[in-house]
Design a protein around this ligand. Sequence first.
Ligand SMILES: [Zn+2]
Ligand SMILES: [Zn+2]
Length: 176
Amino acid sequence: MNYDTYGSNAVELAIDLANADRDDPAWVRLFLDAHLEWFTDGTALELDPADAGSIGLTAGLVRDVALAEKEADVMARLNALLALASPKPYATDHDGDLHLHYARPDAGAVEQLTTTVAMGLSQVVVQHGWQRLGVCSAESCGHVYVDTSRNASRRYCSNTCASRSTVAAYRARQRA
Ligand SMILES: [Zn+2]
Ligand SMILES: [Zn+2]
């Protein structure tokens, strides 16, 4: 699968957001701190509860898109997510390579994050198919993933879950 680096990284950002552990009340701040490279220098990351709630909403929508099992549902949920985005393409070479950002550089953290995530996810779905998003097959995992494999054969969110499931299946066969 061959799509531009920024776009593919933006999808990974979306997946990370959807899989963030939201039990910790400080999860939004922890998430932003762990993904600082996605925000313009100087972006305020100390969010009020309303803004933190908006990021929770975005996380839930990304997850809903990945969980959808029909193209019509993927489209409806993707469009709900896109309705929250404010795309404003912006050319930059901040990392040494000329590329486009989806959000304007002076937007707040919520706008930057929601726009980047919504646009990145949409690009993958329209270019590579709605089946590219899924939920991990490992027992009691529940994380979502984007499948960038050539033959769209991915079933697990991570190598950890894949090998855990392989071992579990092997043990089950041994017992049988
Ligand atoms: Zn960049
Ligand atoms: Zn998993």
